[in-house]
Ligand binder design. Sequence first.
Ligand code: B12
Length: 327
Amino acid sequence: MVADDQIKEIVQAVLSQLLARPDAATTGTEPQGESKAAQPSPAGTAYSAPAVAGDRAPGTDGGGCGVDNKEDDDEELEDLTLVDLQKEILVPNPVDRAALEYFKSTTPARIGVWRSGPRPLTRTVLRFRADHAVAQDAVFSELDESLAARFDLLPVQSQVRNKDEYLTRPDLGKKLSPDSVEKIRQHCPGGVDVQLVVADGLSSRAISANLPHILPPLLEGLKAQGLTVGKGVLVRYGRVEIMDQIGMLVQAKVVVLLVGERPGLGTAESMSAYLIYQPHEGTLIADHTVVSNIHKGGTPPAEAGAYLATLIRKIYDAKASGVNLPL
Ligand code: B12
């Protein structure tokens, strides 16, 4: 086992060697074209002087090792995830800038990212990795339990004990812990029209970001639709199918689950609503209706809340959901 001091010494030695290298500021590992390409075009809009290794002036690229330029040691690194990709123009001097801006405005996909020879720009690669890190952080982040008190929800837990188990045992996330079953029996009134369930799922960030905006229009909408709503439940380490067990316990007509979606590279804050009419032992996944992509860059949560209220009324009236719900 290497002692902490030894590790520090090794890191120090590697860093001083890198800084002492004559080519530390110009590694020559990136073709010059990249740095040139990454410069803002004369008519450049959103893209300006990033403090990222691969996007410096020609010949100053550090190959992304982060120690390429001593003067920059105290500089704050730009948080690439804050840059709006749909507005970032990386193509130098585009022939038809307006068309490129239009295409980019229509999709969050990474189009028009330019290149360095056959490779993507360092900036593009770093952005990809940063977005991936954000997605991983969202998956590993824990549910903010203060949401329960804030929105008058009953905090419960699946049979999962920790995040690692959550990720490796999806089956346990579909069932309530015995304590939670008892809690729901005690605190949630039975026979309601609508049972609300909120679960962290694969992104508790999605819940923190959207819950405050979706709940008011959803609850107001259900009231306006004349539907009774039971005591809502906040599930830690929950998977989609846990909503069926909760629905069966409280004998609700319609169960609505708000859950964090598996984060992608576009956003880590996307939430889905899954809906089901009277779940029972033989319920299948296909008996659920899904409304996905609820976040500020997709269907905004306030709009989704109002829409869900009308959809729940439709499911209630049709006595069916999922593939059985008439279009
Ligand atoms: C992962 C995923 C899957 C995985 C689920 C496996 C797993 N165990 O996780 C697989 C590849 C199997 C899958 C299959 C399908 N999926 Co899918 N899936 C997703 C994805 C990318 C993430 C879902 C998520 O994060 N759920 C939250 C976590 C916590 O849930 P979970 O409990 O771990 O897993 C359950 C749910 O993911 C659910 N689920 C997944 N897909 C679907 C689709 C439908 C219609 C339903 C009711 C449930 C459901 O089943 C899982 C097991 O119980 C979403 C995209 C998104 N932005 O949400 C699409 C998404 C939900 N899927 C979709 C579709 C269309 C399907 C399929 C119908 C595709 C097909 N033609 O076969 C099938 C149906 C599955 C079924 N059994 O009936 C659509 C739903 C569109 C809609 N509004 O109805 C979405 C929104 C993608 C999209 N944008 O088109 N899917």
